[in-house]
Design a protein around this ligand. Structure first.
Ligand code: SF4
Length: 576
């Protein structure tokens, strides 16, 4: 395979004669509606034909400057910061195709992709274009965000792909290192892409998998995957890159990996934390041993319980994946299964993806479908089940996704309704029912009065701790900021956390603002994070804890030092 070339970058200076007057006209035009913007763009076409795209106009602004700030200029172009509204800028990167210890019959087997991903999924395509190189993926995603006028100073890095914990440790360290290096370089204007991904493997030439056949994903990708001997790095190099990131212009304020329950040992939890993890995506899929067995999941419910306990004992945020409509489940058993997610103290996740099983050609489930042993729920049945899920998700949990984002031509059987969440939410609203889960209540870009916010605490028990969910809400119960405080009842296996209360997450909503820019009446930087931390300290002390620890991301260490927290090995803590 020929290494792919980067698309030549747009050079605004080559188009100066046409672009500079357009930038100037836009900067002086005041508020524009879509039509006026259109007219103005057409008045200044590209020499040689066509119109300047919004990202090219932004590039022009950056090259030539203007009388207004960049954020205001980007706003005129209607470059709404939708993706950055939850407070940070998400950057998703995929690991390369690699054998997965699971053999789940519902799981897609696209050999061009890490297990469970399809090449048509948006993030997956970007990863393939970047040859699964972590540096290229991170750097290019930051560049794309920046070109569209999004701030990139606070990044939540989301590492996806199969089972992270199955990768050899040197690859894990290298992958994390290259992501941090890309953030550090991008912030300081360094472009190290030419040196990245020197020896890309050719996954695209591998034979495709048909779920009806004998050929398995692991056997096909193993040979190519194991040839990557160069992808290795030392822990000391990672620690140095993390330290640089503490004060970099692009900081990592959250880092998640996805893995399987039966790979979450205590040693693995500590390794994840050392890599910089603050959150783990964990596929538990079902709370029924019979369903897990029928789908050849390879672990039981007890393994999920143990994994969640270990992750919780280390203060990590828990992002659980759960799948209704698996082989052997019914709408009734799924409804009961979902309720157990929040009534059983071993579960009670912080975030949740609900992925109704969708059949794709490369999944072995196709055999059960052809034997008439499995059928997708009809849309009306699925709608009722998803309404049930939405209604029962408590206010401390964020329902991040409902229905997997497969393109409809990949779906052999299953719903093709991509916006099922909105449909279910609208249906609930029409019956006067409200969802209280986090995503439905996020304030997003709405302005609010700081003085009118309520501070509310929700307490709930998990098998290890009393959890307190502290939140600032408006009178209309819109969520402006929250903090997750864990008050453990038993000693953690993580020595550093012994007898400490633990802040597991602080999140202030509102448009992600550059670190130096003040938010006024918007949520970020209006002191809400600090107020929540002080309230957590007060509540932890009142509950008898002598120390308050925080599972800080690398890029938030400076912030917590300013609040009196001192560095430990994997956490920061302050006495109470
Ligand atoms: S563990 Fe996850 S990625 Fe691996 S086969 Fe099962 S569902 Fe797919």
């Amino acid at each position: 395979m020929q290494p792919r070339r980067h698309r030549p970058e747009f050079d605004p200076h080559r188009h100066r004669s046409a672009l500079a007057p357009l930038v100037d006209a836009l900067a002086r035009a005041g508020e524009l509606d879509e039509r006026a913007l259109d007219r103005l763009t057409k008045r200044h076409p590209k020499p040689g034909g066509g119109l300047f795209s919004k990202s090219e106009i932004i590039a022009g602004y950056r090259a030539f400057g203007g009388p207004i700030a960049e954020r205001e200029f980007a706003g005129r172009l209607r470059l709404r910061p939708v993706r950055t509204l939850s407070g940070v800028t998400p950057v998703t990167v995929l690991t390369r195709p690699f054998p997965c210890p699971g053999a789940c019959i519902f799981c897609p087997s696209d050999v061009r992709m890490p297990k469970s991903y399809l090449a048509d999924e948006p993030g997956a395509q970007r990863a393939e274009d970047n040859r699964f190189d972590p540096y290229l993926q991170t750097w290019n995603r930051l560049a794309a965000y920046r070109a569209m006028g999004h701030p990139v100073e606070k990044v939540e890095l989301i590492v996806l792909g199969g089972t992270w914990s199955a990768h050899p440790e040197p690859y894990q360290v290298w992958f994390a290192l290259r992501c941090f290096e890309a953030m550090n370089d991008f912030g300081s204007g360094v472009d190290g892409r030419a040196q990245a991904g020197a020896a890309p493997a050719d996954y695209r030439g591998l034979p495709a998998i048909d779920g009806r056949g004998e050929r398995l994903y692991n056997d096909v990708v193993r040979r190519v995957a194991l040839s990557h001997v160069a992808e290795t790095a030392e822990w000391s190099a990672l620690a140095a890159a993390q330290q640089s990131n503490e004060r970099a212009l692009v900081r990592c304020v959250g880092l998640s990996f996805e893995t399987r329950p039966d790979h979450v040992s205590e040693a693995e939890v500590l390794r994840l934390r050392r890599l910089g993890a603050t959150k783990i995506q964990l596929g538990i899929q079902s709370l029924s041993d019979a369903v897990l067995r029928a789908n050849r999941r390879g672990h039981d419910v007890d393994a999920s319980r143990s994994a969640l306990r270990r992750l919780r004992a280390a203060g990590l945020k828990l992002h659980v994946h759960w799948m209704p409509n698996l082989l052997g489940a019914t709408p009734e058993t799924d409804a009961a299964d979902f309720e157990r997610l929040f009534t059983d103290p071993d579960f009670r996740p912080d975030e949740l993806k609900v992925y109704p099983c969708l059949l794709v050609e490369s999944a072995q489930l196709v055999q059960a479908w052809e034997r008439d042993e499995w059928r997708p729920y009809p849309d009306d049945v699925l709608l009722r089940l998803l309404e049930h899920c939405l209604e029962r998700t408590p206010r401390y949990c964020r329902l991040t996704r409902v229905v997997r984002d497969f393109s409809s031509h990949d779906i052999v059987a299953g719903t093709r309704v991509a916006n099922f969440r909105e449909v279910a939410q609208r249906s609930l609203a029409s019956r006067g029912e409200a969802c209280v889960e986090i995503r439905a209540r996020e304030i997003r870009g709405t302005r609010f009065e700081r003085e009118a916010l309520d501070l509310r605490t929700t307490r709930y028990a998990t098998s290890l701790a009393e959890e307190r969910f502290l939140e600032f809400t408006t009178r209309e119960d819109r969520l402006v900021a929250f903090l997750r405080l864990s008050l453990p009842r038993e000693r953690s296996f993580v020595g550093e956390l012994a007898r400490a209360a633990v802040i597991r997450e602080v999140h202030v909503y509102g448009e992600s603002l550059p670190l130096r820019e003040r938010g006024g009446a918007r949520a970020q930087h209006s002191g809400l994070g600090r107020a929540l931390v002080e309230e957590a300290a007060r509540q932890a002390a009142a509950a008898g804890h002598a120390r308050l620890a925080v599972i800080s991301a690398v890029g938030t260490r400076v912030y917590y030092r300013a609040l009196g927290f001192e560095d430990g090995q994997l956490y920061q803590a302050r006495p109470l």
